[in-house]
Design a protein around this ligand. Structure first.
Ligand code: NDP
Length: 448
């Protein structure tokens, strides 16, 4: 079966899973030259195998809220591929979570993890539980109940979850406590743990910092740098606020952040004091809009950040938050670099538009791989029970992001050279990640 036939099959079978189909098509459309150069991939049906997860575990979560009411939620773990190492990928708590979203995230995660060069397979999990408006007791009870089910299927050498939207260090700690309680094991079953009990320094910052390190490499390839550049960032969570922090540290000027209620615009730029204030505000679930009363700037309810002039955009909230119209605004507003802090924040049409207009574009599976890379470093620190300093891990992170950048750029040159020298990081990242997994699968025969 050719790749285009395989895509048709996925589209027909999973028409009800649009995000998953979108992610599969993006990979499929870019790996054709690699596939042609390796007939063993076709013979071993590598693509057809990789679009089907090893397994999807679905379960019910019963828990009792603060008012004593019984609650019922759905939970899933998609164990996509363990070709390169234990399944690895975050857990998302958000009412929009369903199998399509978790399959798209798990599929992306296979290649992202492969790109880091570290020994991890790909997986993803989550629940339709909505943490908004819940008390700390509610969150604790839900996390305990979630892990009561999930613990059957995970383990430090089997499947190692972490955080994602709605799951930060508080939730990871509660889940870790339940796992430890049920199994009597204190090990690396989850990453993103508190630094005092097995967590790695830099894990909290890693995704946002890593995205900006990728950006630095991308700009260096154009003889450019971040100093004084205006940066539009969406989201006000883990990824976005740490991306803003690193932009500021490197001399750039982050001028927006956003959340599901609207966008905060501060022409003067976010500095460390303002970013610390935003982190505290979000930790306490307080409105982003309050910022205006403290530091000035403007609040734009129900609006996205792409209407403002800027040099760089780092969408870091959620999937498909940048559509084709937004992409047009980015180009009109002078944006020259787009770096996906979130997973698949651009629709396929938005990616096509900005690439056509020669905006330099870093796909999430390359640009936001810093988080999972430091998770892998957390796993190895847990195994040897020795912990590295902040600077040591940060240096490793920088090097990993440089390697990801360089290998994606090299693969783009090798397999997808453009006449004007434009680097196709989408094709490059997909090719590098896919090749590493495909080679392992070919070596295993058909047992994976
Ligand atoms: P957080 O929960 O910390 O923050 C998410 C932010 O995005 C919040 O400000 C939230 O606003 C906003 N947001 C979420 N959904 C929407 C929406 N539908 N419309 C507008 N805003 C929205 O999540 P993370 O920062 O951890 O994750 C953000 C993205 O980065 C996700 O795509 C995730 O998969 C990806 N990612 C995260 C990694 C990590 O290490 N955390 C690693 C790699 C990728 P509100 O609070 O109002 O909902």
């Amino acid at each position: 079966m050719s790749i285009s036939q395989a895509i048709e099959k996925v589209e027909a079978r999973y028409a009800h899973q649009p995000e998953f189909v979108q992610a599969v098509k993006e990979v499929a459309l870019t790996i054709a030259p690699l596939y042609d150069a390796h007939p063993e991939y076709k013979k071993n049906k590598i693509f057809e195998r990789l679009v089907e997860p090893d397994r999807i575990i679905a379960f019910r979560i019963n828990w009792e809220n603060d008012k004593g009411e019984v609650q019922v939620n759905r939970g899933w773990r998609v164990q996509f591929s363990n070709a390169l190492g234990p399944y690895k990928g975050g857990v998302r708590f958000h009412p929009s979570v369903n199998q399509s979203i978790l399959k798209f995230l798990g599929f992306e995660q296979i290649f992202k993890n492969a790109l880091t060069g570290l020994p991890m397979g790909g997986g993803k999990g989550g629940s339709d539980f909505d943490p908004k408006g819940k008390t700390d007791n509610d969150i604790r009870r839900f996390c305990y109940a979630f892990m009561r089910e999930l613990h059957h299927y995970v383990g430090k050498d089997v499947d190692v979850p972490a955080g994602d939207i709605g799951v930060g260090s508080r939730e990871v700690s509660y889940m870790f406590a339940m796992y430890k309680n049920l199994t009597h094991e204190h090990g690396g079953v989850l990453t993103g743990k508190g630094v005092g009990f097995g967590g790695s320094l830099v894990r909290t910052e890693a995704t946002g910092y890593g995205a900006v390190y990728f950006l630095e490499n991308m700009m260096a390839a154009q003889n450019d740098n971040i100093k004084g550049k205006k940066v539009l960032i969406s989201g006000a969570g883990n990824v976005s606020l740490h991306a803003a922090e690193k932009v500021f540290m490197l001399g750039g000027v982050p001028i927006t952040v956003s959340d599901s209620k609207g966008t905060l615009y501060d022409e003067a730029g976010l500095d460390q004091q303002k970013i610390d204030w935003l982190k505290k505000q979000k930790d306490q679930n307080k409105p982003l809009a309050d910022y205006v009363d403290v530091y000035g700037g403007e609040w734009f309810a129900e609006q996205k950040p792409w209407q403002f002039k800027g040099d760089i955009a780092i969408p870091s909230a959620t999937q498909n938050e940048v559509n084709e119209d937004d992409a047009k605004l980015l180009v009109e507003n002078g944006v020259k670099y787009v770096v996906e802090g979130a997973n698949m924040p651009l629709t396929a049409k938005a990616v096509d538009y900005i690439c056509l207009h020669r905006v330099h574009f870093a796909p999430g599976k390359a640009a936001n791989a810093g988080g999972v890379a430091v998770s892998a470093l957390e796993m190895s620190q847990n195994s040897v029970r020795q912990y590295k300093s902040f600077d040591q891990i940060d240096e490793r992170l920088k090097l990993i992001m440089k390697n990801i950048h360089d290998s994606a750029a090299d693969a783009s040159q090798k397999y997808n050279q453009t006449e004007d020298g434009y680097i196709d990081y989408v094709a490059g990242a997909n090719i590098v990640g896919f090749k590493r997994v495909a080679d392992a699968l070919c070596a295993y025969g058909i047992l994976n």
